[in-house]
Design a protein around this ligand. Structure first.
Ligand code: SF4
Length: 403
């Protein structure tokens, strides 16, 4: 996520208020796995996202042997079957009973795919409420074979934060994604590429920390059921007050990526308006705490915007900020990927190299993100905006951090 925060005009309230947790009586406990309540009825009962244990309970509720749960699990997560009727190893009576009880797999149709010359494929999934979300598969090929496949997943339908250079922010916000709607993005990418996803980054549409409960549930499912190692998963944030500490308390072995984009508070506030609610020193203290609790280094994302934050002076200031904040950091530079109507420009190659040199000479570990899929509307939100231009409406209560 190229994440720069700004005030949210949709909900017309400061971010600190927008993300304030709901009253205590409404705070539900934080689950690490999706819950299945035996006998519970809901509008749609979705199998995707459930653990083997939950599936076992369902099988038993329907009078089936417990080994049927393994078969369900296999069909959902390994074979990626979309319809219950196609769970061919299961007895027809069981399949019919599941459907009659309102169960479904919970996979959304792929509405559109766009393939870039470098093999990056962007998918639009059409959710049950007809909203479109983007997800991107980014392969690394060696001798014609995919050696690494990264899924860049969305966590919200749109995004309320409206970062000025982000197409998703310009498209507005509708709602948080449910955990299974996050998991299904990974399965859709595996289906399209016909190979396993090796890495997942929460850098698609939305701010994951504003939907932390579902993100944690999806993380759990991706790790335990889809079998992607925790260390292969990155959760990205522009910084939402109090959420990095919450994430740290789960002691995940995943990478936290913080979108910094400026080496000082004053400049950051102009690029990341919500920084007013979450000063840089507080953000850095939370990052230090994350490293202390998880022993996982924090990656700082820094979008290089020509003439704004890309000088060697900014690099020197960034190096000082990181040295003053301790160790365990890595900087990931992202030369800005221009979007339609943006006032920002991509920095020259020379400016990028000078920035890298200045960081390296101060002994900061740095990498430059290769721009992938430029010809496939790959910047977050661009493709979705092509097909869904109607403004999305935010319900401020959806923005409450619920974990
Ligand atoms: S998805 Fe949201 S938080 Fe991320 S860059 Fe876009 S507007 Fe900012």
């Amino acid at each position: 996520m190229l994440a720069l925060l700004r005030h949210c005009p949709i909900v017309s309230m400061p971010l600190a208020r927008a993300v304030r947790p709901p009253p205590r009586s409404h705070v539900r406990p934080c689950f690490t796995a999706l819950a299945y309540a035996p006998g519970a009825k809901s509008d749609s009962q979705v199998l995707l996202g459930l653990s083997k244990k939950n599936l076992q309970q369902i099988a038993m509720d329907f009078g089936q042997e417990s080994y049927r749960a393994k078969q369900l699990h296999h069909f959902i997560y390994q074979r990626k079957v979309r319809e219950i009727q196609d769970f061919t190893l299961l007895p027809l009576g069981f399949r019919n009973a599941l459907q009659e009880a309102g169960w479904k797999v919970g996979r959304s149709p792929i509405f559109q795919t766009v393939t870039a010359a470098d093999g990056t494929i962007k998918l639009l999934l059409k959710l049950e409420d007809n909203r479109l979300i983007e997800t991107v598969g980014i392969p690394v090929m060696v001798d014609g074979c995919v050696t690494r496949l990264t899924a860049c997943v969305s966590s919200q339908v749109g995004c309320p934060l409206r970062c000025s250079f982000c197409a998703t922010g310009k498209g507005g916000f509708s709602r948080n994604l449910k955990a299974h709607e996050i998991v299904e993005q990974v399965l859709a990418i595996e289906e399209v590429f016909n190979c396993r996803v090796t890495n997942v980054v929460f850098m698609g549409m939305g701010e994951p920390m504003l939907n932390l409960k579902a993100v944690l549930e999806a993380h759990h499912c991706l790790n335990k059921d889809v079998q992607i190692g925790q260390r292969m998963i990155t959760i990205s944030t522009v910084g939402v007050p109090n959420t990095i500490q919450k994430l740290a308390s789960h002691k995940l072995q995943s990478t936290l990526a913080v979108s910094l984009h400026a080496p000082n508070q004053k400049l950051r506030e102009t690029i990341v308006p919500s920084a007013k609610s979450y000063p840089l020193d507080a953000l850095m203290a939370d990052c230090r705490d994350y490293f202390r609790k998880t022993s996982r280094r924090v990656s700082f994302e820094y979008a290089l915007l020509a003439g704004i934050n890309d000088s060697v002076h900014h690099a020197a200031e960034l190096a000082k900020l990181l040295h003053d904040s301790g160790s365990g950091y890595h900087v990931n530079l992202i030369p800005f990927n221009p979007i339609e109507g943006s006032e920002f420009q991509r920095p020259s190659k020379r400016a990028v190299l000078a920035f890298v040199g200045a960081l390296e000479s101060s002994k900061i570990t740095v990498s430059v993100r290769q721009t992938r899929g430029l010809d496939a509307n790959a910047a977050c939100g661009q493709l979705r905006n092509k097909f869904q231009r109607t403004p999305l409406v935010a319900d401020p209560f959806d923005l409450a951090v619920t974990c």
